[in-house]
Design a protein around this ligand. Structure first.
Ligand code: ATP
Ligand code: MG
Length: 336
């Protein structure tokens, strides 16, 4: 559905000295600076995949999505979406895609939501019966009924976002790009939006490319993630695999029966790290690499030395892993 080969984007920035003098000088003499936002990336996405496209602020995510939608022309490299080159066939491409930019709106500001949808129906030439069916379904799933008669500018952020989402999926596009669709939303609306995206993916096999800083969005919607860092791809693969590959650290929290001074059992020395809070009294947490030391070994060693009241094993969190990867990327850049 999507192929990206050696894709690059450079922005030309006009450099200007500060103040009026600088402004006048730049009228006659312009200094340009090149910002390399995307530095030659490759990936392919198949029909029906749900891919999380993540990375730190300024990594190049929105720039990539803009090139995929045809808004921006790449500096170099190739993009095809459903066989079309987006920036060369903007109109044809538009029929295949839907997009939500969390920071922008594609709805018409001054007219009621229903009229916006109606306009989209004409723009995308959606057959009347299909339009009615889709609208009815979206109205139910996203709870749009009370919003349809309201002008967009009177809607709250969460209400607007639900309408945006409906607008993006209205013509049943093959691909939907979602650039931070849950930004600034409350938990209940986020849940609704995630459910909606998943449902559309399952019902119509819509390919979804999602950008977000909320890892919960990723965990719930995406099977695969692509991590971009400073314009380069840092990781591309299965979401579960990343946990296995990078989430070797396990933590077990123990609650000991007695408030005794804690000493690590001899057999665990060198294998685990102790994370103990002085105020916690009888609580102690052990962190270890679970590929080298098994959880059951740690537990049985602890049980042979202490009376344990309670214990819990913490799964590696995707947030932590991604943070580690971003940091690694930054260090990599520092070495360049
Ligand atoms: N129109 C533009 N002109 C010049 N530079 C730009 C422009 N748009 C983006 N950039 C620069 O390109 C880089 C990548 O920006 P981009 O918006 O793609 O990041 P992002 O990954 O979407 O970040 P965020 O998570 O903050 O949305 C940034 O360093 C940004 O300053
Ligand atoms: Mg962005």
């Amino acid at each position: 559905m999507i192929t990206v080969e050696g894709l690059k984007k450079e922005y030309q920035l006009v450099k200007r000295d500060p103040g009026l003098k600088g402004a006048i000088k730049s009228l006659f003499y312009r200094k340009y600076e090149t910002k390399r936002a995307v530095k030659g990336i490759n990936f392919t996405i198949s029909k029906g995949e749900t891919v999380g496209y993540i990375g730190a602020n300024g990594a190049g995510k929105s720039t990539t999505i803009k090139m995929l939608t045809g808004i921006l022309t790449p500096t170099d490299g190739k993009v095809t979406v459903n066989g079309l080159i987006p920036y060369e066939n903007r109109q044809k491409n538009a029929k295949n895609i839907g997009a939500v930019f969390g920071q922008r709106t594609q709805l018409f500001w001054d007219i009621p939501v229903r009229e916006s949808f109606n306009l989209l129906k004409h723009i995308y030439e959606i057959p009347e019966d299909q339009y009615q069916e889709t609208l009815k379904m979206f109205t139910e799933v996203l709870n749009l009924e009370p919003l349809l008669g309201v002008p967009v500018r009177q809607l709250s952020l969460g209400q607007k976002m639900r309408c945006e989402l409906a607008a993006a999926f209205l013509h049943r596009p093959k691909v939907v790009y979602l650039d931070e669709p849950t930004i600034g939303l409350d938990v209940a609306v986020k849940v609704k939006i995630r459910k909606f995206i998943k449902e559309m993916n399952q019902r119509w096999g819509t390919t979804v490319l999602l950008t977000t800083h909320d890892m919960q969005d990723i965990e719930e919607i995406c099977e695969r993630i692509i991590i971009i860092d400073d314009g380069q791809i840092l990781y591309d693969g299965d979401l579960q695999a990343i946990k296995v590959q990078f989430g070797q650290k396990r933590v077990i929290h123990f609650e000991l029966l007695n408030d005794t001074a804690f000493e690590l059992p001899a057999n665990l020395i060198g294998k685990v790290d102790v994370l103990k809070n002085e105020e916690d009294g009888n609580k102690v947490s052990l962190s270890f690499d679970h590929q080298q030391t098994s959880s059951s070994y740690v537990i049985s060693e602890m049980m042979s030395c202490y009376e344990i009241q309670d214990l819990s094993i913490a799964e590696p969190k995707i947030e932590t892993i991604v943070e580690q990867l971003y940091n690694k990327g930054e260090q990599g850049v520092a070495h360049e």
